[in-house]
Design a binder for this molecule. Structure first.
Ligand code: SAJ
Length: 425
């Protein structure tokens, strides 16, 4: 049975480790955080993800998954650590991956695979990780295999997508790529695995996320334009998308998460010609500020020291993840303008931008609700009930998910981001 050591038990590492453990492999999952390791040993995942508790239970019962703080000898090492954006220089911070390689070095032996799933900039397997791993005295391609296979599963549906999405595998050598293909065939259907070289594999995921970022930027630009033109962007996009070759995404208060808001920069750092990509990033990054501008318009000049209720700080709907959330930027900016912010997000456990309150506490004496995250649960909020607790009944729906008729009926002044249409019928 294959022995696998997975480094990093986060959003990608843990499901990856568990899928191998439940598909005929012995897995040691390594995380430097002892709290994560002890919680997993007790059968408790440290974050929410559909199907994860059941998968962990199965892997532990099979005795095929051992959480640990130490790297051990294995046939395949899979690195799934984070690669944050270096905010000062807007380049990939690959230090955690390098650290992972360094931890593998004392355990590396002939014939082993080192597989990097973390998102990395093109060329870094060859130019950076190879050099670190060769400190073992072994040569990449000759003695051990270095492979990149980017994980592209979407948070909220990670386990399904890890199995069913197409997977691109690119090694420094053909032999390594083939060995990795055989390994992933344990849980990925054969016809969904595509083999290539390392640099191509490195760029594929960056291209996908950049494409999505550009599409959302276009939707956001259309939203701002629609406000200026006095039309409803949601209606216009709905009709444009009826065209068989058009698929415009949804505007909103900004783009967050650890992928779309970051990965395009990994391309920008590799080329002098990535102007369109930078432009999309700056449009999406400006959306929290635009959302704040709309908030100020709703409040008007007469509301002094306004109190704002934020519905949702997760970076997107129905997840508990707040990484790179546009809510944080909105809150910082709003506080600079003297607004008092009260936050409600029933899915998130903690948030660096402020205290998380119950719905009642968050709306009490508020002047405006600003819906930032499209959690389904917000559709169940009763405007009659919250309206009674508020000082002024204003709503800014920055995701266009609420039943606006119902809110208006309860006496709310409703504004939807991107809709400036006057009724003309
Ligand atoms: N968003 C919009 N409008 C939309 C769609 C999304 O404003 O129409 C916003 C979301 O609210 C969120 C951000 O964009 O703030 C990103 O959300 P997302 O659902 O587009 O993507 P992620 O970051 O959760 O996951 C993406 C996915 N990539 C693609 O769809 C190309 C996922 O498949 C990748 O695995 C993941 O990035 C990753 O790990 O790279």
């Amino acid at each position: 049975m294959d022995k696998i050591c997975v480094l990093g038990l986060g959003y990608i590492g843990l499901p990856t480790a568990l899928l191998f453990a439940t598909h005929n492999a012995k897995v040691v999952g390594v995380d430097i955080n002892p709290k994560v390791v002890s919680s997993l040993k007790k059968g408790k995942p440290h974050f929410e993800e559909k199907g994860l508790p059941e998968l962990l239970k199965e892997a532990l019962e099979k005795k095929a998954f051992v959480p640990s703080t130490e790297v051990v000898e294995a046939d395949a090492f899979i690195i799934c650590v984070q690669t944050p954006l270096d905010k000062e220089y807007h380049v990939a911070d690959l230090a955690y991956v390098v650290k992972g390689c360094e931890m593998i070095v004392p355990h590396l032996k002939k014939g082993d695979m080192v597989i990097i799933e973390s998102t990395i900039s093109p060329g870094s397997s060859e130019n950076l990780f190879r050099i670190t791993l060769e400190k073992s005295g072994l040569k990449a391609g000759k003695d051990f295999y270095l492979i990149h296979t980017p994980e592209r599963a979407i948070p909220g549906n990670t386990i399904y997508e890890m199995i069913n999405n197409h997977r691109v595998i690119g090694g420094l050598t053909k032999e390594g790529t083939e060995k990795a293909r055989q390994l992933y065939e344990k849980f990925v259907p054969k016809d969904k695995i595509h083999c290539t070289d390392a640099k191509t594999a490195e760029i594929v995921k960056l291209m996908e996320n950049t494409f999505r970022d550009l599409n959302i930027a276009l939707a956001n630009e259309f939203a701002i334009m629609s406000e200026e033109l006095g039309i409803d962007v949601w209606e216009a996009i709905k009709y444009a998308n009826l065209h068989p070759r058009v698929d415009i995404l949804r505007p909103g208060p900004g783009v967050g998460g650890h992928c779309i808001a970051i990965d395009p920069w990994f391309l920008v750092e590799t080329s002098l010609n990535a102007q369109l990509i930078q432009m999309a990033r700056s449009i999406n990054d400006s959306m929290p500020f635009y959302t704040l501008r709309l908030t100020k318009q709703i409040l008007g000049r007469e509301t002094e020291f306004p109190v704002i209720t934020i519905l949702g700080v997760a970076y997107k709907g129905n997840v508990d993840d707040t990484r790179e959330t546009p809510a944080l930027k909105y809150i910082h900016l709003a506080e600079k303008y003297g607004m008092q912010i009260k936050i409600h997000d029933p899915l998130c456990k903690d948030f660096e931008g402020g205290e998380l309150l119950s719905l009642e506490e968050a709306v009490k004496d508020s002047d405006c609700i600003v819906l930032i995250t499209d959690h389904n649960i917000f559709k169940e909020v009763d405007p009659e009930v919250v309206g009674k607790l508020m000082r002024k009944k204003n709503l800014l729906d920055a995701r266009n998910i609420l039943d606006h008729k119902k809110w208006k009926k309860a006496g709310f002044n409703v504004k939807v981001l991107g809709n400036n249409k006057r009724n003309y019928f």
